[in-house]
Design a protein around this ligand. Sequence first.
Ligand code: AMP
Ligand code: MG
Length: 342
Amino acid sequence: RCGDPGTEFGSMNTEFFNAATQKENGTNVCGRIIRAGGLVAFPTETVYGLGANGLDGCAVEKIFAAKGRPGDNPLILHIAKKSDLKQLWKHVPDKARQLADAFWPGPLTMVYLKSDIVPPQVTAGLSTVAVRMPEHKTALALIRAAGVPIAAPSANLSGKPSPTCAQHVLDDLDGCIDAIIDGGDCRVGVESTVLSLVGTPTVLRPGGVTREMLESVIGHVDIAHAVLNPLKNGETAASPGMKYKHYAPRAEMTIFSGEREKVKLAMAEEKMRRAAQGQKVEVIVYDDADPQTAAHDFFARLRACDKKGVVVILAAALKEDGIGFAVMNRMFKSAGYNIREV
Ligand code: AMP
Ligand code: MG
């Protein structure tokens, strides 16, 4: 049983470290905090993570409390070297070895049967565990300093857009976590690809490592149905995270899908109609040819809309190619699958 955290929620002093100016000092202090059972938010190349000692079930429980995360949604364990994988899994399948050689460090998370040292709090009771080796220097330094795998989901309040800079984390969690390391903006901007290697390799969440990239190494990869579709009534989620409201701005959001010129016209008309009703409207259109920029910007844009008091967001669908597929997965969830075909 885990003890009472003692401190009232939101009343902690969250220590702030700058990765550029306080390099080793920051990661060393924060590594000690993690080993001692505390919570540290840290930058990765995907989004900011909220980390705890991944071998300490009680420390991991604090992540769920701080985020308000549903208890059945498992976390990802972050490691600093590929060889740490074998202690966390029952055994390492060949395909995982090949993928780790191709894409680690980087935005790929792999799910496989867990070993006995992984506490049930990390996996929400599942027999599998998700593992990733991030590429961000500060993340790697922190994991090394902690000397244990770091369990970390995104460092946002559950349901809100993921944080892509330190200020986003503070907006959600200041006073609820022990420390944060500020490493500037995240390079990728959407969370890692989650790939299950139990049975046919299946993408549970698209991300920076695309289906094409995975298939170039291990051959055919399935995409879980719920990646681009709402869960049907009675459908079992391949990944518990698929069940929950995600990345949601406060505004009502509509995605316009179809030929680009028609989409722009329909959005302009809808904007006028809404603005005439006195509603504050934001229009989001990314260049189809540059999904990287869309990935980098999208969550920050949703958070900026909340700050400005936007009540209606109209967004143009992107091509589902490359990382555009990951952006569309996030966009559909943000909009609660409110899509208008034009
Ligand atoms: P986050 O990075 O905050 O979005 O959380 C991790 C994501 O990985 C969630 O969508 C989880 O549902 C998913 N995940 C973690 N562990 C597993 C697992 N063992 N099986 C399936 N999905 C998982
Ligand atoms: Mg998350």
